[in-house]
Design a protein around this ligand. Sequence first.
Ligand SMILES: Cc1cc2nc3c(=O)[nH]c(=O)nc-3n(C[C@H](O)[C@H](O)[C@H](O)COP(=O)(O)OP(=O)(O)OC[C@H]3O[C@@H](n4cnc5c(N)ncnc54)[C@H](O)[C@@H]3O)c2cc1C
Length: 457
Amino acid sequence: MSERSGLDGHGAAVAALREAYSALPQGTPVRLAKPTSNLFRFRAPTGAPGLDVSHFGSVLHVDAEAGTADVGGMTTYERLVHATLAHGLMPLVVPQLKTITLGGAVAGLGIESTSFRNGLPHESVLEAEILTGDGRAVLAREDNDHAELFRGFPNSYGTLGYSLRLRIQLEQVRPYVRLRHVPLVNAAECAATLSEICASRSYAGQPVDFIDGTVFGVERNVLTLGDFVSEVPYTSDYTGMGIYYRSIPVRQTDYLTIHDYLWRWDTDWFWCSRALGAQHPIVRRLWPKRYLRSDVYRKLVSLDRRYGLSDRALRLRGLSAVEPVIQDVEIPVEKLAEFLEFFHTEIGISPVWLCPLRLRSETMWPLYPLAPDTLYVNVGFWATVPLADGEPNGTYNRLIERTVTELGGHKSLYSTSYYSPEEFWRLYNGDAYRRLKKEYDPDGRLPDLYAKCVRER
Ligand SMILES: Cc1cc2nc3c(=O)[nH]c(=O)nc-3n(C[C@H](O)[C@H](O)[C@H](O)COP(=O)(O)OP(=O)(O)OC[C@H]3O[C@@H](n4cnc5c(N)ncnc54)[C@H](O)[C@@H]3O)c2cc1C
């Protein structure tokens, strides 16, 4: 199928989906029939039929001259990057996990090492075609009758409607990325260095196109700076026996192809493959290389959660229960050191991922109200914390929620949340949300945001 004919068939696919949506029995939960997910809320299977959205999983058209792409809402970034790199282009922000979809990153937010200069994935969307909760297919843009939906869609998590096609901006790439790993002895120095680099977009007189960081311990903070280059002395390979995050504290410089740079975190799900044994040298040798992928690990975790295998193993060994603490939070850079101090003392998970971001937009996105003109640092941590006797599940997540709010930060909603309804609607702009819900899903065909993200419906 040519790229053009992808767009041609799209109208018929939208009409068929609208019909399928209206045929779903009223009162049954609506869900997307989609082979992958990166959410970290594990709903019990409902048995309700899913909406077949398989027609919306490909890149419809790349306009290399305009630097834009028309993309089905359920297209994975793996497919999207494959299609755009063929034209020497990439999306402005490419989340790290291959099966995150463009629609998921826009409705549920996303981030990566270009976010200090390109903002968040939804900020490079020029228009979005959306199947709304009341069954319409509307085209939402910044400058049309559906501008409020366009602005309110990010962080709506499929509770106002589903994006079926998005037109996004792209940027030019060069074939390779040079990496510089910069060690910093404490969090305050790390925050100050991040601020300087993000403002000047350079370090030691050299340009910086990408920046993220890894905290291995209180005094072991490393910022990783990347810049596009056309020629390299060698390239490293972290898709087999080599493990990317382990290279960070021991190397000063490294070189990757742009493809391998974009997926550097997927092979080992950052470092989370360790808990599944995939980093043990013998297991790794036997583990087929094509299965060293974040979606494979997530499926294993999903099975574990469904059957309670790890919990049972802990009980059998007489060990205390653990609380999963899997979150990404945004902290204003001037509060980063304070947050990390709290985190090392009270939570104790390592490594921790850092990624600076600044909105591209001069105005707020209502449902995730980060302040424009402010440098935030995304702090990501994905592990478990042992519960002391009598401590209920949620103790540590709740503590993190309170601290993030006190420090003027925000918390992503892809994982578990414990907010009361009052707190939640105050933090995620209940007034704006209610207006949108009334306009685009007045009969509540889709769950509301609190029910979905906190009550896990
Ligand atoms: C360990 C871990 C680390 C993570 N790290 C990062 C990270 O570093 N950077 C990053 O960007 N993200 C990260 N994420 C979060 C991830 O981006 C979000 O969970 C994202 O929403 C997942 O998108 P998905 O395409 O897999 O969507 P799904 O998991 O399928 O769906 C997510 C939500 O969006 C809704 N949705 C899906 N498609 C659409 C659509 N087309 N239109 C409207 N709503 C839709 C679904 O109903 C659902 O509520 C991380 C998640 C985990 C578990």
